[in-house]
Design a binder for this molecule. Sequence first.
Ligand code: CO
Ligand code: CO
Length: 347
Amino acid sequence: MTEKIKLTQYSHGAGCGCKIAPDVLEKILKSDSEGIVDEKLLVGNSTKDDAAVYDLGNGTALISTVDFFMPIVDDAFDFGRIASANAISDVYAMGGKPLLATALLGWPINKLPAELAQQVIEGARSVCNEAGITLAGGHSIDTLEPMFGLSVNGLAPVKHIKKNSAAKEGDLIYITKPLGVGILATALKRGVLNEEHQNLFIEQLSQLNKIGEKIGTLDYVNAMTDITGFGLLGHLIEITEGAGLSAELNYSDVPVIRGIEEYTSKMIVPDNMYRNWNSYEKKVKDIGAQSFFTLNDPQTNGGLMITVSKENKADFEGFLSSNGLKLYAKPIGKITAKNEFCIVINN
Ligand code: CO
Ligand code: CO
């Protein structure tokens, strides 16, 4: 019996921490060519949204997204589940219902057995089942590091589409999962993740953001996105810049995975946390010693971040509570008029 293969040892990055830094991405996406202006494209890449949205002309919109990364966990089946839940999340983050998925697989055929790749796909199938969709095809190539993800299409009534750029002044901000999975991923990779956190980690990472589809039906929700590789700050900056507004965060109200200090106190944190911070530090005022770690932490399949008209506070909190999210039925801050900073933090 050979020793069990640990997938994270074959990847230099982990999960959404593989993302290219926001400032570098901006350089890559820069273009001087004009391109086609398609009026039916309701959401393209100009607002850094979760997915592209295309008006089908009958009141319905097609939502299209793709996401893939290197292993964030050692087990192949779990890696497939997590990468899939993370990719499908971008459809939910637009307020849509997933329709079908196709797979993208990169596998170092000379280093890792094909049977393991089969388990990755099996994990993907199980999450697609949970989301009520079929894994309908895909493409695979021989790569130096293992990677996996999905291209996912979804549908939603045009009026249910939730952009990340439509926040309004005075909106309250909510999130639906605690922060800190990037820190746990680093602890896992270094072999120091405690058992309690190991279970919580896999569970949170493979949990679908299905609630986003229901949130799409709520008129008083103005903006929505999911928190992934750029951390809470990076994705909230996308919301504020998209709307031409700013935000205020109350750090003590931000849900964080319990016991995370066990790792941050020993500086067991992802490198990409610093990279995230370097990309946007000038846009953020008053980061604190602890908020630095959690608000910059790259999340994989993180929670949804939602902005809600303040008049509907009670409605939305009731909605969250009756959908099993009572713990998150509390605003973490609010959208304000534009000021010198994108985000001001009250520690
Ligand atoms: Co997203
Ligand atoms: Co994405």
